[in-house]
Ligand binder design. Structure first.
Ligand code: ADP
Length: 421
């Protein structure tokens, strides 16, 4: 096995698995470290999906080290720590503490930290992360329910989280090519720096960074940073050319569960409702106060004829999310919605749903765990970073699309189902 990745959330894992699979690596996504041992030996890459982004740092570190041990048992040559392209984290972590722990466990001198993903409009310049033409701190991420990002300077953000020194590799160095990046990494390592935020504003930058990291023990970043990694293995004759993948041939009714409150998801929900599809709005305060709210949602679902995919969402605008959080507290609000989504997923699948779209990273983690899914085979891309997948190795056979909050165009939900046979 060439590459082993540890992803801090479910949709991030899928995004990365898609990136590797599109580039010709036979990639399997597993849910949690325990499923790593069952990955077939012909896989080139395995992505371990965790739900560790918002756990206390100690827990996230322990979970990530467990995943590392499972990957090392399979003899992976290179390890990647995958986090969100918007660097989702709090000042306590978990990107810094997990990266520190992986560096130590692997005995790696230094690792790049680059969340840029120009295809999804995430770019890094002078260490500052942009979402489209806005600084991260002025983007919708500033209102994220769990990890509001209010500082765009990634050297500063990571510096607050890590016990190691963090420095920048600037765009001029990146543009000078892979050899210049390697030289700068060595210089930084020699001066005691162990994490390097790297500027990248175009795919060519990511490819250069990837080439520079061909023998790095640890790479950290968003799925974009993985763009350049398969080429290293191809150049060495160790993987073949990419092949076309078919969509999962799973028949049965469809449904969408959305617990993401990101801007993109809010628009997708609005569009799906406006297009006349059946939509149910879950109210987190009602969920917390009265179990009948969840039953009323299930009654509503039971009354549908299943001819078109329905949407159940807790997705709401920032003012409403703030109101709910004021009432319930941020963590409790998150847990109440995630638990409801998990119960709904189980109930819907029991009632025959076989094609499921889930919006939201944490939400997807909760749903996949409740369904007992062990591994995902990566299918074709619906939108940048979001593939259809098919469940394998445990739980019911499902077509699953796990969408990170900010991903997908305005008609993502309809597009997703239109892409299935
Ligand atoms: P994204 O991928 O957009 O970040 P996530 O699922 O990772 O989405 O995170 C969204 C979080 O917000 C989840 O913990 C979810 O339970 C919570 N949440 C969803 N709807 C609401 C709401 N209306 N009010 C407060 N929190 C909510």
């Amino acid at each position: 096995m060439l590459l082993g990745a540890i992803a801090d959330d479910m949709t991030g894992a899928t995004d990365l698995a898609l990136m590797l699979s599109k580039s010709g690596m036979k990639t399997v996504q597993v849910i949690g470290p325990d499923a790593v041992s069952a990955v077939p030996p012909e896989a080139d890459a395995v992505v371990v999906a965790m739900k560790s982004r918002t756990n206390p740092p100690d827990e996230a570190v322990a979970m990530s080290l467990q995943a590392l041990a499972a990957l090392q048992d399979r003899g992976v040559e290179q390890v990647m720590f995958k986090y969100c392209s918007t660097f989702d984290s709090t000042d306590r972590g978990n990107i810094g503490p997990v990266a520190d722990a992986l560096l130590d466990a692997l005995g790696a001198p230094v690792a790049v930290a680059c969340s840029a993903f120009p295809d999804a409009a995430r770019t890094i310049y002078q260490g500052h992360l942009f979402v489209g033409d806005r600084l991260l701190s002025e983007s919708g991420m500033r209102d994220h329910p769990l990890t509001p990002m209010t500082d765009s300077d990634l050297v500063r953000v990571l510096g607050r989280q890590s016990r190691n020194r963090v420095e920048l590799i600037d765009l001029a160095t990146v543009r000078a090519g892979a050899a210049a990046i390697r030289e700068r990494l060595k210089e930084l390592a020699d001066s005691g720096v162990r994490l390097a935020i790297v500027d990248a504003v175009a795919d060519a930058d990511l490819l250069a960074i990837g080439a520079a990291c061909h023998d790095a023990g640890l790479i950290t970043g968003g799925s974009g940073i993985a763009m350049g990694l398969p080429e290293n293995f191809r150049r060495a004759g160790r993987i073949g050319a990419p092949s076309v993948v078919a969509p999962p041939d799973v028949r049965g009714p469809g449904a969408i569960l959305s617990g993401s409150c990101s801007q993109a998801t809010n628009e997708q929900v609005t569009r799906y409702r406006a297009a006349g599809f059946p939509v149910f709005h879950l109210d987190p305060t009602a969920l917390a106060d009265d179990p009948a709210h969840l039953s009323s949602c299930l009654d509503w679902f039971a009354g549908l004829d299943g001819s078109v995919p329905c949407l159940i969402h807790a997705t709401d605008a920032p003012e409403q999310v703030a109101r709910v959080q004021q009432r319930l507290g941020r963590d409790r609000a998150g847990v109440v919605v995630e638990q409801a989504m998990a119960s709904l997923a189980t109930a819907l699948v029991e009632q025959g749903v076989r094609r499921l779209v889930v919006a939201g990273g944490e939400t997807s983690g909760a749903v996949v765990e409740a369904l007992g899914v062990k591994a995902l085979q990566i299918g074709p891309e619906i939108a940048p970073g979001v593939p259809w997948t098919e469940t394998t190795g445990g739980g019911p056979r499902l077509a699953l699309a796990l969408k990170s909050g900010n991903f997908g165009g305005p008609d993502f939900f309809a597009d997703a189902f239109a892409a299935l046979p």
